[in-house]
Design a protein around this ligand. Structure first.
Ligand SMILES: [Zn+2]
Ligand SMILES: [Zn+2]
Length: 266
């Protein structure tokens, strides 16, 4: 398990950052330069890992050694100014995920486990990205889920729970992210008792398996929401859950987006 103690000694770190090899919008070097400009002590790259599902957001297996070589190169150039880490945001997709031998064989500093895809309601072999913009999510609700938002939410949390049980990663990525799209589809759904119960059950499983929990700050500026939602932070504090504040940056200028606010509120 990643030791976050030396990393969180200062607030200037980010352990969730994307790259030109996945859906990031700049070269890794631009992120490192920005991080140095902002006096970060640690910067972790976590491209979306390879997946069997067709996805333009995920890196190809061929690019994995290229990515790792670029981390080594950047360490040689900038390693005296910042601690550069190699991670990966690995999708858990219905049984296949971070615990797979392929991901375990990669020489990474740490792994983030995330759920972005769930099976369609009619055909469990069809995997649907439920993480994108709401306009697309609403279309998919009709196309793949018969408009059954409760089924989508329950399935998301079931996938998250299975990922947590299978393991093979260090940090749980944006753990109630489905609440963002689900609550636009049906306002208030994420404060209904059954939704809360799903979050609390998942949180208990996360704690039982001793993962690090990220407070994902990517959507704060645009949507005023963190993942997990602020309404659960009291629960995290009470349990003394190990947390890191990650911006999930896809642009260099956003490496610190929402992090100061989250740390002030936590
Ligand atoms: Zn993600
Ligand atoms: Zn991400």
């Amino acid at each position: 398990m990643l030791d976050i103690t030396p990393i969180v000694q200062t607030p200037w770190y980010n352990l969730h950052g994307h790259t030109q090899y996945c859906d990031g919008h700049a070269e890794m070097e631009a992120f490192v330069r920005q991080a140095i400009d902002e006096h970060f002590t640690h910067y972790g790259f976590t491209p979306h890992g390879p997946t069997s599902v067709p996805s333009t957001c995920n890196m190809s297996r061929d690019d994995v050694p290229v990515f790792l070589a670029e981390v080594r190169r950047l360490r040689e150039v900038y390693g005296d100014r910042i601690h550069i880490m190699s991670g990966m945001e690995i999708d858990y997709i219905d049984g296949f995920g971070p615990s797979d031998a392929y991901f375990q064989s990669l020489p990474l500093d740490y792994r983030i486990g995330s759920v972005h895809f769930i099976p369609s309601i009619a055909d469990a072999t069809v995997m649907v990205d439920i993480d994108g913009r709401f306009a697309r999510f609403r279309e998919k609700m009709a196309t793949y889920f018969d408009g059954d938002i409760e089924w989508v939410v329950r399935t998301y949390f079931r996938q998250m729970t299975r990922m947590v049980e299978q393991g093979g990663f260090d940090i749980v990525g944006h753990f109630d992210k489905i609440g963002h799209n689900a609550s636009q589809y049906r306002p208030g759904i994420d404060s209904e008792p059954w939704y809360d119960a799903l979050v609390r059950d998942l949180f208990e499983a996360i704690m039982a398996h001793h993962y690090i929990i990220e407070i994902n700050t990517k959507a704060w500026a645009e949507h005023g929401r963190f993942f997990p939602n602020q309404r659960y932070w009291g629960m995290l504090r009470a349990a003394q859950a190990p947390v890191v504040f990650n911006s999930d940056a896809h642009y260099p200028q956003l490496i610190n987006a929402g992090r100061d606010e989250a740390m002030a509120f936590f």
